[in-house]
Ligand binder design. Structure first.
Ligand code: SAH
Length: 286
């Protein structure tokens, strides 16, 4: 097969100026989910500073000779302090490098990209930001769960499962969340899942409400656990579901019965064609 070495397709491809830090979202895992602006940045970067949740296959797209630095904190390795990451980015930029800060998902969604960007701007370093597909949307799509559906929710809320102290997030208004957001998408929530689900049930959510836990979303080892609000924490433990996980709470989870496209591509039949029970189907009119 012919190898394609072409530059990027027609578009407005920014130059990567020396001394600039480019914050780039790598997407949730599957390398194909990174943007073309991201690919353009990778091909120009001198130094790439990447996080634990970035799929390292993406690094194969760097230009030959580009330097790679790991700034993650998984696998039992100690976490470089956020401050030291920001200082390192500043140091590399001041040395005149084209610095690519590669972060999982979207850099401005629960990724501390905002903090790094602030530190850079305060230090007088020019930045560029390229968003990525956040795990709470892209990960659900790979599990066949739309984040919104007109028959289910007019709002969706992204919630972190722990705050800066590592505890279940204290600042969340649980009654308002339980009442106001038909679909709730939790990041970093496995540790405190029992506490979070209990808080939602205490504030009026149904114990049998559907929940999906998507682990390693978009990657070959993706696993999806379908459970309920009252059973979620127990089932995660029983089935040995490991982070990183996205937890989706709400009736959109039922749509997976129709939309689990990955299973269908492997030959499975949809489990239901009307999981919301609306009785509507285009198949009737087609
Ligand atoms: N900036 C990232 C989120 C970083 S916080 C984004 O926009 O997606 C890290 C959390 O993201 C993880 O604890 C997990 O909840 C979620 N996450 C990231 N990648 C994931 C993946 N491939 N599968 C499931 N969850 C993921």
């Amino acid at each position: 097969m012919e190898q394609i070495h072409s530059p990027l397709p027609p578009g407005d491809w920014p130059d990567f100026a020396p001394g600039l830090v480019w914050l780039l979202g790598a997407g949730p895992g599957d390398p194909g989910l990174m943007t073309l602006h991201g690919l353009n940045a990778l091909r120009q970067a001198d130094v790439i500073v990447y996080d634990a949740l970035v799929d390292t296959r993406i690094l194969d797209w760097r230009r030959p000779g580009a330097q790679v630095e790991y700034a993650g904190k998984r696998g039992g390795k100690p976490s470089p302090k956020q401050r030291s990451i920001s200082l390192r980015l500043i140091e590399l930029a001041r040395a005149g490098h084209r610095v690519l800060r590669l972060k999982g998902g979207d850099p401005f969604v629960f990724g501390r990209g905002g903090e790094e960007a602030q530190a850079l701007v305060q230090a007088g370093i020019p930045i560029r930001v390229t968003p990525g597909i956040t795990a709470g949307v892209g990960g659900l799509a790979y599990a066949g769960i739309p984040a919104t559906h007109r028959d289910v929710n007019q709002a969706v809320t992204f919630v972190t499962g722990h705050d800066a102290t590592g505890q279940a997030p204290a600042a969340i208004n649980w009654p308002a969340l339980a009442r106001g957001s038909p679909v709730i998408v939790l990041y970093m929530a496995i540790k405190h899942l029992a506490q979070i689900t209990a808080a939602l049930i205490e504030n009026g959510r149904g114990p049998s409400e559907p929940v999906a836990v998507v682990s390693n979303a978009t990657l070959p080892n993706q696993r999806v656990l379908e459970t309920t609000l009252s059973q979620a924490a127990t089932d995660v433990a029983t089935h040995g579901i490991e982070p990183p996980c996205i937890v989706c709470i709400g009736r959109t989870v039922a749509l997976r019965q129709t939309l689990d496209w990955a299973a269908q591509l492997s030959g499975a039949a949809p489990r239901s064609l009307d999981p919301l029970g609306t009785g509507e189907s285009l198949a009737d009119s087609a």
